[in-house]
Structure formats: structure tokens, C-alpha cells
Design a protein around this ligand. Structure first.
Ligand code: UFG
Length: 328
């Protein structure tokens, strides 16, 4: 069985990828500091508790095992926090990731799948956004991801490290089993917060900005189910195992929904009324982010299976209720 090292595999997206890797006949080895991940999400797969800044531990794992590819989900993801604490982001998302590359090169592990982001585009000039659009991130988080994409190109040229960078749009939803899902502290993402406004008496969701240049004045985003993202990782892995060239792909559904439309989808999916108030814009939010994922569809054969916003929300709702029952 082919062994895949999944750093950050105990987190939200990583744990969904780990589950799918095992289902598709791979052997995932989770490498996670558990700072933001949960051992419970690993579900009996192999877990090495460690930090990607720990060179010796990484080399030890690479030497003892036969890892054919690394998938890296071990990064900080909160845009707002990255503006307050840029060094935290540059240290983890850049410096420690370089450390991971150093260990990989030392041990001749030469395939890498990278979690990149729509944040590398900043304020896009046109939507849907294609991969060759201008890259101009407007926050440290987006800059850390762009820097690693650039490093990967250089490593490919210098040491033959083959990579696929996947630029996620808005990851959402949960595995339909309800066993794993989104859980961030603090939570900043729209769908879990709208659900919270239903489940917690004292919580009201704030709509950040109602004067955007969109049909109802609120921001438009492209929400993509986490298992569709996971599926793209398996296809990317298969492409690298088939010795395909390094590449960058957008991953989104190609359809945008406003914040108000998401709130409405939550109302329909749950049959309950979210508590909503309006507030000012959140700094750094572009009006519209919608992906063109034509390239991933054409080159990887990727096709989202849970594209309907209501389905995405239903799986998030299912998870949110189970999570609370378990006290996570
Ligand atoms: N929003 C609200 N109220 C909230 C939370 C969010 O109105 O309480 C709005 C935001 O302003 C935005 C939309 O809901 O318009 C989605 O916001 P999220 O915070 O859920 O997601 P983002 O679009 O900000 O961020 C996501 C990923 C980031 C990635 C970014 C790329 O979570 O990691 O997309 O642009 F960088």
C-alpha cells in the first residue's frame, strides 16, 4: 500500500482527505501537532504527533517509512489573524514549510500536494477567476501561500520536486457520516457561524457589509464541499504518481452565493431561522470570488459531486449537531 504523509491530517480538510485516501486504498500517515487538529479526527489511522518545524522527527519518519507523496495541510488559515500576527503566519506557513521541504529533499521524497488558496488573487480583475489571473494577495495569509507556490516552482527546477498546488475557494460542509467536520477556535467562517446563531440563544450572526457591488449588497463566494476538495487531492496524487508535470489548479464550484443567500440556504436546510444583524465591512474582503475550475476538470478529470449549496449546508448542519452532542 502506498504511504502518504498527511501533515495537518487531524484538521478539517486534512481529516477528510485522510479518510478518502484510506477508502481508495492508500496508507495515510497523519503528522499533526494537534495544536488545532483533533486526535479524534484521525479515526484509528497512524498518527505521529509532531510539528513540521521538527526536522529530525520528519527525517526519522521519512527514513523509517516509504512515503511516496506529502500532502501539507499544516498551516494557519485565519486571514484576519494573519494581519494582526504576520510573524506567526510567516513562521509556520513559510519557514516551517521550508523545513519540511528540506527534510523531503534530504530523504528524496519528491512529490508534494499543496493547499493553496483563492487568497493569492487578492481583488480579482475578472470573475470567474482563472489560474493565470494576476496574483496579488492582500493579506499575509495569502502571501504565505503564494510564497510557497513560488518556492515549489524553484524546487521543481532545481531538484525535480513535483508538486500540485490546489487553490481552494471557500471550503465548507462535512463528511456525510457526521464523524468529522469543521471545528476552529475561534470560528470565523460563515456557515458554522450561521449554524451557531440557530443553536446558541446568545449568538447572532453579523453580515459583514451590505454595500458591496453585488445584487443584494453582500459578498459573493464560491462554496465547495470538503469531500470534493478531498477528491481533487486523490486525483492530484494519481497525476503525480503517473509522473505528470507540476501544476496549479483552482477548486471551486464556479457558482457564487451572497452572504444573504447562504443564510437563506441555512434556513431552508435546517427549517430554522438564523438570527442575523448587519454590520460594517470586514477589512480585506473582495466583493466577488468565484473560481473557474475548468483546468482541474479537464486535466485531472475532477467533477464536484456535492455542488448544491443546500447539500453543503445540510452536511455542515448534520456535523454541527453531532459535534455538540460529543462536546467538541
Ligand atoms: N462573513 C460574514 N459574517 C461572518 C463571517 C463571514 O458576513 O461572521 C462573510 C465574509 O465577509 C465573507 C463570507 O462571509 O464575505 C465568507 O467568509 P468566510 O470567513 O467564511 O470565508 P472567507 O471568504 O473570508 O475565507 C475563505 C477561507 C480563507 C481563504 C479565503 C480566500 O476561509 O482561508 O476564503 O479568499 F483565504
Amino acid at each position: 500500500m502506498k504511504e502518504i504523509l498527511v501533515t495537518g491530517g487531524a484538521g478539517y480538510i486534512g481529516s477528510h482527505v485522510v479518510k478518502m485516501l484510506a477508502e481508495r486504498g492508500y496508507h495515510p500517515i497523519v503528522f499533526d501537532s494537534l495544536e488545532n487538529g483533533f486526535a479524534e479526527f484521525v479515526k484509528g489511522h497512524e498518527l505521529v504527533v509532531g510539528d513540521i518545524g521538527d526536522y529530525d522527527l520528519l527525517v526519522d519518519v521519512f527514513r523509517k517509512r516509504k512515503i511516496v507523496c506529502v500532502m501539507n495541510f499544516a498551516s494557519y488559515i485565519a486571514v484576519g489573524e494573519s494581519m494582526q500576527l504576520p510573524l506567526k503566519y510567516y513562521t509556520n506557513n513559510v519557514a516551517k514549510t521550508l523545513n519540511l521541504f528540506r527534510a523531503m529533499i534530504e530523504c528524496e521524497v519528491k512529490r508534494f500536494i499543496f493547499s493553496s488558496t483563492a487568497a493569492v488573487y487578492g481583488y480579482p480583475e475578472k470573475v470567474p477567476i482563472q489560474e493565470d489571473a494576476m496574483l496579488f494577495p492582500i493579506n499575509p495569509y495569502g502571501r504565505t501561500k503564494l510564497m510557497i507556490e513560488q518556492v515549489l516552482r524553484d524546487l521543481d527546477a532545481a531538484s525535480g520536486m513535483k508538486f500540485i498546488a490546489l487553490r481552494y475557494f471557500n471550503a465548507a460542509g462535512a463528511d456525510p457520516s457526521g464523524e468529522i467536520g469543521e471545528s476552529h477556535t475561534p470560528e470565523t467562517h460563515l456557515i458554522p457561524l450561521v449554524l451557531r446563531s440557530i443553536l446558541e440563544d446568545e449568538y447572532t450572526i453579523t453580515v459583514f457589509g451590505t454595500d458591496y457591488r453585488t445584487h443584494d449588497g453582500t459578498c459573493i463566494r464560491d462554496y465547495i464541499h470538503v469531500n470534493d476538495l478531498a477528491d481533487a487531492h486523490i486525483l492530484a496524487l494519481e497525476a503525480l504518481l503517473a509522473e505528470k508535470e507540476s501544476a496549479v489548479y483552482n477548486l471551486g464550484n464556479g457558482r457564487g452565493f451572497t452572504v444573504r443567500e447562504v443564510i437563506d440556504a441555512v434556513r431552508r436546510a435546517t427549517g430554522k431561522k438564523p438570527k442575523v444583524k448587519e454590520g460594517p465591512r470586514r477589512p480585506g474582503d473582495p466583493d466577488v470570488l468565484v473560481a473557474s475550475s475548468e483546468k482541474a476538470m479537464k486535466k485531472l478529470g475532477w467533477k464536484p459531486k456535492m455542488a448544491e449549496l443546500e447539500t453543503i449546508v445540510e452536511t455542515a448542519w448534520n456535523w454541527e449537531r453531532q459535534r455538540r452532542r460529543k462536546g467538541w
